[in-house]
Design a protein around this ligand. Structure first.
Ligand SMILES: O=c1ccn([C@@H]2O[C@H](COP(=O)(O)OP(=O)(O)O[C@H]3O[C@H](CO)[C@@H](O)[C@H](O)[C@H]3O)[C@@H](O)[C@H]2O)c(=O)[nH]1
Ligand SMILES: [Mn+2]
Length: 811
């Protein structure tokens, strides 16, 4: 077959010898679990009924959630892309490239937490991407309306004129300068030529200077002048009031003939800060993305979108091509709504103390797709087709609405001269609408329908109806700019379907999961793409409080979805959602609930040690065999999972630990906040995760800001340590016989302690602003120590009454 006609990707067969051991272990473990529960339920502990009951309930919960976790892993899918075929098909010699245009969205909100240098690096990696320049446009959404971001972007566009030609000339990777220069080059081994060495040195110097300029801007921005910022021309910066400012748009590159230093064109670079006014809900990142969907429809209207956070730089310059292998595949492309990439991180401390690497979590969960991807956080580096080569397909998240657009759009757009009148018709008075159109009534009706759906911008609607993107050539650039400002105004979405049925969906701080879910419900397919060289990389939160807050926000997002009308348990039947997908989504919104049994379970060993009771009765040989089998099967699944994901034991263990730490702190708080929101309408703030400005500097790793998030895990840790002390001192007092029954309890307590250990380390670090929580702690600690003293003190220990009062009397 002609190379150019072959499919652009394929599923890789997975050998049964690789997957079957895993499946066998899963089945075995389920069988063992069955026997285990059979034993547990039939053997209550008579003198500690409550302990026994609690533990059994918790164990059942864990088992069920484990089984849920196994669904996506049952039949994993791996895919391979063919970049060469993509090129053969769409980039014919001597003809202009046929690859589709892509609008890239970068979101940023707070230049103090998201250093402009990081955003600049992301932007540079996009401008230098391996894709036809005229087909890439980069939009930076600045939700902080910061002049610092604006100025930094202006510097970035200047530096890009040198950086982009260098990247392309020597095909370097990655194309984010900070990370490129951070890697060591072995000049001898790589046999690099003299020109490269010379130019590399020169551009490195340029980059250092660029960094100095950016840092100077940052330093200057530390202190806001009394009457706000002033721009170079002397006018005040319109964004001086972050909560009350007009929409701002600035095109930095890609117009007025600005070229790189070698005279080549550069991709477009556009700064956008949507309008903010008091009293208008702005819907955080989802709102920012929707504003970009509209403004980009007016300026470039590419059929495909790529969304990255300000720290997600392109690590593999072929990333866009990887995605296009799916999107532009003639047979499967039309069904795919987004291509998801795994999130990889830079700048994690070597030990990955807070389990940022996420490899276990992500790759396990998503590499083992459900035949299609299950949505989720990879969306962060996604290629969502919120707009695309079917009209409205990508603005409308879903098929139903899009179908209308497709019909109407095709008819009009086939005759290119009619295009203008079509655009005008939407904007003009009623009479214009009627002239020259066969079925005036239906057009009028559809105009109203569109405006109800997409808002009152005729240019946006016309763009959206373009079959393959591109701009309806109608208006002058002045009109377009006016329209662009109009579509990012804060009242634009009023009484429209934005955030409900159109664009990124509102109502959850994890808009990625919600939007992905909604698309899947409408029957779209998505793809998980894992090129060998990671496509995108980001920076991970480097201190425990930031990490806990991030996990809290994710869990809160899930709780919000759980309590909303979009809850995957009830929502979206009769659509295109597959039942395995549904399971997976249910799993991704109910997981914060696990925090309750988890906390109860972690408290049990301490209670057991302090009361001398246990959650299982004296065990028989049969029971001990089942227990052993269970432990072995748990270890075996762990080992196989590590093997699959190519994860080391260290990462796996961190992941296990963070499951307990996050579960006992962030997930619980997410539940509480979520309930408060549902029951009392209390809204919580969005805490943006700080991104490290400098790699290799982990000074912040140990900075710990006190938050109430600490209370539950710290309590668990302390009571278990105390339990161990009490238990052991008891055994010492009571002689050898008491060591036997103690063993199970100690083991149980140690399990909790080792899981919470990295947490303790995080807390022991440098601390900032210790508030009243400490006081509460001191009191708690003091009372526990008193109890302990009572217990150990030989005189009091003989005094039954004191012991009884303290509830510590043991038989
Ligand atoms: O009002 C806001 C708040 C946030 N952001 C941006 O949203 C992005 C994500 O925020 P961050 O604090 O980095 O959250 P993370 O938890 O690290 O982000 C992950 O999780 C989010 C929610 O699930 C996804 O939106 C992100 O793409 C994904 O990287 C950042 O670029 C922010 O600049 C805005 O644009 N406007
Ligand atoms: Mn982030």
């Amino acid at each position: 077959m002609d190379e150019g006609r072959q499919p652009l990707w394929r599923k890789l067969p997975i050998s049964s010898s690789r997957i079957n051991p895993y499946r066998i272990i899963i089945v075995l473990r389920i069988a063992i679990l069955g026997l285990f529960f059979h034993y547990r339920i039939l053997h209550p502990v008579n003198d500690a009924y409550a302990l026994w009951l609690t533990s059994v309930i918790c164990e059942i919960w864990f088992a069920v959630s484990w089984i849920f976790d196994q669904f996506p892993k049952w039949s994993p899918i791996m895919r391979e892309t063919y970049l060469d075929r993509l090129s053969l098909r769409y980039e014919k010699e001597g003809k202009p490239s046929q690859l589709a245009d892509i609008d890239v969205f970068v979101s940023t909100v707070d230049p103090m937490k998201e250093p402009p240098l990081i955003t600049a690096n992301t932007v540079l990696s996009i401008l230098a991407v391996d894709y036809p320049v005229e087909k890439v446009a980069c939009y930076v959404s600045d939700d902080g309306a910061a002049m610092l971001t604006f100025e930094a972007l202006s510097e970035t566009s200047e530096f890009a004129r040198k950086w982009v030609p260098f990247c392309k000339k020597f095909s370097i990777e990655p194309r984010a300068p900070e990370w490129y220069f951070a890697q060591k080059v072995d000049y001898l081994k790589d046999k690099v030529d003299a020109a490269f060495i010379r130019e590399r040195r020169a551009i490195k110097r340029e980059y250092e200077e660029f960094k100095v300029r950016i840092n100077a801007l940052v330093a200057m921005a530390q202190k806001v002048p009394e009457d706000g910022w002033t721009m170079q021309d002397g006018t005040p910066w319109p964004g001086n009031n972050v909560r009350d400012h007009p929409g701002m748009i600035q095109v930095f590159l890609g117009q007025n003939g600005v070229r790189d230093i070698e005279g080549n064109e550069l991709p477009r670079l556009v700064y956008v800060s949507r309008e903010k006014r008091p009293g208008y809900e702005h819907h955080k990142k989802a709102g920012a993305m929707n504003a970009l969907v509209r403004v980009s429809a007016i300026i470039t209207n590419a059929p495909y979108l790529l969304n990255v956070d300000c720290d997600h730089y392109i690590n593999n310059s072929k990333a866009l091509r990887e995605a296009m292998c799916f999107m532009m595949d003639p047979t499967s492309g039309k069904k795919i709504c987004y291509v998801q990439f795994p999130q990889r991180f830079d700048g994690i401390d070597r030990n990955d103390r807070y389990s940022n690497r996420n490899v276990v979590f992500f790759d396990d969960l998503y590499m083992w797709e459900l035949g299609v991807s299950s949505g989720g956080r990879h969306f962060m580096d996604m290629m969502p087709l919120l707009r695309g080569n079917h009209q409205g397909r990508h603005v409308t998240v879903g098929l139903n609405g899009a179908a209308v657009c497709v019909d109407l759009g095709r008819k009009r757009l086939n005759q290119s001269q009619q295009l203008t009148s079509f655009v005008m018709a939407f904007g003009g008075p009623l009479e214009t609408l009627i002239t020259g159109i066969d079925n005036e009534k239906s057009l009028l009706m559809s105009q109203q329908k569109f405006e109800k759906k997409y808002g009152q911008s005729s240019v946006f609607i016309a763009s959206t109806l373009m079959e393959d993107g591109g701009l309806p050539k109608a208006a002058s650039s002045a009109t377009l700019l006016k329209e662009a400002i109009h579509v990012i105004s804060c009242g634009y979405e009023d009484k429209t379907e934005w955030g409900k049925e159109v664009g990124w969906i509102y109502g959850s701080v994890t808009e990625d999961i919600l939007t992905g879910f909604k698309m899947h419900c409408h029957g779209w397919r998505s793809v998980y793409c894992m090129p060998k060289r990671p496509a995108f990389k980001g920076s991970a939160p480097i201190n425990l409080s930031d990490r806990l807050h991030q996990v809290l926000r994710w869990a809160l997002g899930s709780v919000e979805i759980f309590f909303s009308r979009h809850c995957p348990i009830w929502y979206g039947y009769g659509g295109g959602l597959k039942s395995l997908e549904r399971f997976s989504y249910i799993n991704s919104v109910v997981y914060p609930l696990t925090s309750i049994p988890l906390i109860a379970y972690c408290a049990l060993p301490a209670v057991c040690l302090l009361t001398g009771k246990f959650i299982v009765p004296e065990i028989s040989n049969y029971a001990s065999i089942i227990f052993m089998a269970l432990f072995i099967s748990i270890a075996a699944t762990g080992i196989l999972e590590m093997q699959w994901g190519g994860v080391g034991i260290h990462d796996w263990w961190r992941n296990e630990q963070f499951w307990v730490i996050g579960g006992a702190s962030s997930h619980l708080f997410a539940l509480v906040q979520g309930l408060l929101k549902v029951l009392a309408g209390v809204n919580t703030n969005f805490t943006v995760t700080s991104k490290a400005a400098d790699d290799g500097d982990f000074a912040e790793l140990y900075i710990f800001k006190w938050t109430s998030l600490l209370i539950p895990p710290l309590t668990l840790l302390i009571i278990n340590i105390i339990g161990v002390i009490v238990g052991v001192s008891d055994a010492i007092n009571n002689g050898y016989d008491s060591w036997g029954p103690l063993f199970g309890r100690l083991f149980f307590a140690l399990w909790v302690i080792v899981h919470l250990y990295p947490f303790l380390k995080g807390v022991m670090g440098k601390q900032e602003g210790v508030p009243t929580i400490i006081l509460v702690w001191a009191i708690l600690l003091a009372s526990i120590l008193t109890l302990l003293w009572v217990r150990i003190n030989p005189f009091l220990a003989k005094n039954d009454i004191v012991l009884e009062i303290c509830g510590l009397k043991c038989d």
